[in-house]
Ligand binder design. Structure first.
Ligand SMILES: CC(C)(COP(=O)(O)OP(=O)(O)OC[C@H]1O[C@@H](n2cnc3c(N)ncnc32)[C@H](O)[C@@H]1OP(=O)(O)O)[C@@H](O)C(=O)NCCC(=O)NCCS
Length: 184
């Protein structure tokens, strides 16, 4: 993974997934202003400088083969969302998929397409075996994205993540290499 540059991946409707650039720092700052992204993604970015450091860390994690984070954007355009893999374990064959969209980008099925595309890359190109997708039980939009993208519901993890308002139970979804592509 580290020997190859991070690929640009195509999405339907003229969108693409591309690496984050330092020029996208203002988009990360804008994302933190959205209460839903703050709440569900636990994103903390204090300033553009902070955002640029976070983007540098994304590139570092690609180099360390532990993370793969893309911006969702039109070619040559501003980022409108984030999709990627955290906790990549190449030896163990697994990773966790994460995402958010800025409010203006929601409602058009982009999250589902992005989750499908990154899943295909991770399972077919990178060669992972299992991708997990976790969300608070109080986040039905994320649950719908998971199911529509083909991530089977596996159970409830109790008190799994500390949000601003306390510990939340989380749904565990996963997709295994070879699972049918259709929505569940
Ligand atoms: C989760 C998120 C990425 C979904 O993106 P989106 O563009 O809003 O998704 P869509 O509009 O394509 O909706 C996907 C599905 O969820 C459903 N949905 C959306 N909001 C919903 C809600 N509040 N309750 C129930 N279902 C909901 C939609 O109806 C759609 O299902 P359908 O196609 O069967 O009608 C986006 O809402 C977001 O960024 N939220 C804030 C951050 C976040 O929750 N990140 C995930 C952390 S695990």
């Amino acid at each position: 993974m580290a020997q190859d540059g991070q690929p640009v991946l195509d999405l339907p409707n003229g969108l693409e997934l591309r690496p984050w650039s330092r020029d996208d720092a203002d988009v990360l700052v804008a994302a933190v202003r959205d209460p839903a992204i703050r709440q569900w993604n636990l994103l903390v970015v204090e300033s553009e400088r902070d955002a640029r450091e976070r983007i540098e860390r994304m590139h570092g994690r690609w180099g360390a083969e532990t993370g793969a984070i893309w911006a969702i954007a039109r070619p040559g355009g501003e980022a409108t969302g984030l999709i990627g893999l955290n906790g990549i374990d190449l030896a163990g064959g697994s990773a966790e998929i994460i995402y958010w969209l800025l409010p203006a980008a929601r409602g058009g099925g982009v999250a589902v397409e992005a989750v499908r595309r990154v899943g295909r890359w991770a399972l077919e190109d990178l060669g992972l075996h299992r991708l997990r997708l976790c969300h608070s039980v109080a986040n039905p939009a994320s649950c719908r994205v998971a199911l529509k993208a083909g991530y089977a519901f596996e159970g409830v993890m109790r008190g799994a993540l500390l949000h601003a308002d306390g510990w939340h139970d989380q749904h565990l979804h996963a997709r295994i290499r070879g699972d049918a592509q259709d929505a569940l």
